[in-house]
Design a protein around this ligand. Structure first.
Ligand code: GDP
Length: 438
């Protein structure tokens, strides 16, 4: 376990810990974590059981697709992927790439390699780091945590506070700014006690979310706290008042942590804070949670996602859809109700869990994922080489006459002898007819 690992290393005082400490001092705790921690088999096991339902359905559908006498593999593949909650964008990506790679026919493993590769790519959001950003100036790090009620926000804050204190050796202050939900403050206080960090709670004088937040910032500055975790209200996002309140809270942080003044000597808003605005989503909710996430992304701006309950009956496909559609990296995942059950997110391990690849599928072939990645690389190389050859061939035959030119172009498009095991062949005539009809 990541946590045991650090405890062990800490007692041994080995070099890795100084790499970690050095990364943390540069404001890159996540980098340090990645540098010294290996992703654990336990996390993969939690995925494997949590994703069991999604996996069983997806694999069964793919099996039917591959064994059935499908006339149009691409149409059926599209249906299977949409049924698996992967969303239209990821589905289109997979179908399009499959189309370009299927000239020689596709084996089951070819298809699996395309799916695995495309799903991992969909989760690797361009420009979105999976590391948590920490402060690199005189102010504490502020992590703004949002999410609708019941998603697992309070639990996640407790787990995160625990990780920061134990792994990052940080002092943490939790700001109880959810002043709307009855019992929210007490619940957060309990988690803070469990994580052994301080909790700043509302008082008579400071009873609105922004007032509590301001008080928490002052307290953190006074006590030289490393990181502030800000709990926010989780009422539904179509509530305009909540959106306005969240915006106001953001401005409170940006003003109090200002590092510059304008010409009139007024503090300029520090747009570097909060360092992260993280949305907590229940993975079992799937795309149902997407609409509220979109509103928050548009109105407040998010930097990443925390997905909870991946140990339960998560809708695995929708994790990909939500991340892809919002163009936000999944930074952390909840895999249980315990304080240790918040882990880093590893797209490859997650996708292997979803597709039942390697150990995640209970197979002894531990490096199956790597082999599939290699297979996709080869498929793409073959395709690109064939594409390079195609114009040259077309030129030569065009010089020889019209009928011959047609024949060769067709050959390039659909080589007659498959080089790989072929279980399903595309129905090329059907596709062509469609094209011609346009
Ligand atoms: P909040 O309303 O968003 O603050 O949600 P809570 O933190 O109160 O969590 C709601 C429920 O989800 C509680 O019963 C938690 O124990 C549970 N929960 C939160 N995270 C996880 C998780 O990763 N796995 C599981 N199985 N349960 C979780």
């Amino acid at each position: 376990m990541v946590f045991d690992f650090f405890q062990k290393r800490s007692s041994e005082g080995v070099q890795q810990l100084s790499i970690f400490a050095e990364a943390a001092s540069r404001g890159k705790l996540g980098e340090g974590l990645v540098g010294v921690a290996t992703y654990t088999a336990e996390t993969n096991a939690a995925f494997a059981s949590g994703l069991a339902k999604s996996r069983a359905r997806l694999l069964q559908d793919l099996e039917l697709l591959l064994t059935g006498n499908s006339n149009d593999l691409l149409d059926e593949l599209q249906n299977v992927l949409l049924q698996a909650d992967l969303g239209t964008k990821t589905t289109d990506d997979i179908v399009q790439e499959t189309k370009t790679l299927m000239a020689r026919g596709l084996s089951r493993d070819d298809l699996l390699s395309i799916m695995r590769g495309k799903l991992v790519e969909a989760l690797e959001v361009e420009g979105g780091s999976r590391e948590i950003t920490f402060s690199s100036d005189q102010f504490p790090t502020v992590l703004f945590i949002m999410g609708a009620n019941g998603m697992g926000k309070t639990t996640t804050i407790g787990k995160l506070a625990h990780r920061l204190r134990t792994e990052g050796n940080q002092t943490v202050l939790v700001a109880a700014c959810d002043t709307f939900r009855a019992g929210a403050v007490e619940q957060l206080q309990q988690w803070a006690d469990r994580a052994q960090v301080e909790c700043y709670i509302p008082s008579k004088e400071k009873s609105t979310p922004s007032a509590v937040l301001y008080g928490a910032l002052e307290c953190a500055l006074e006590k030289n706290v490393d990181t502030i975790l800000v709990d926010t209200s989780g009422r539904l996002s179509n509530n305009d008042a909540l959106t306005q309140e969240l915006k106001k809270m953001k401005r409170v942080i940006q003003k109090r942590f200002s590092i510059e003044q304008d010409a009139e000597g007024k503090p300029r808003f520090n747009l570097q804070v909060p360092h992260e605005t993280l949305l907590v989503l229940d993975a079992a909710q799937g795309r149902m949670a997407l609409d509220s996430a979109k509103v928050w992304e548009k109105e407040i701006g998010l930097t990443g996602l925390i997905l909870t309950k991946l140990d339960g009956s998560a809708r695995g496909g929708s994790v990909v859809a939500v991340s892809r559609e919002l163009q936000l990296p999944v930074k952390l995942i909840g895999v249980g109700e315990g304080i240790d059950d918040l882990r880093d997110f590893e797209p490859e391990a997650f996708v292997d869990g979803l597709l039942g690849v390697g150990k995640a599928g209970g197979k002894s072939l531990a490096n199956e994922g790597a082999l599939l990645a290699l297979r996709l690389k080869e498929l793409r190389k073959d395709r690109d080489e064939a594409a390079k050859m195609a114009p040259a061939k077309a030129k030569v035959t065009a010089a020889g006459g019209g009928a011959a030119a047609d024949l060769t172009l067709q050959e390039v498009d659909a080589p007659p002898t498959p080089t790989r095991g072929t279980s399903v062949k595309p129905n090329r005539n059907k596709k062509r007819k469609k094209k011609g009809g346009r």
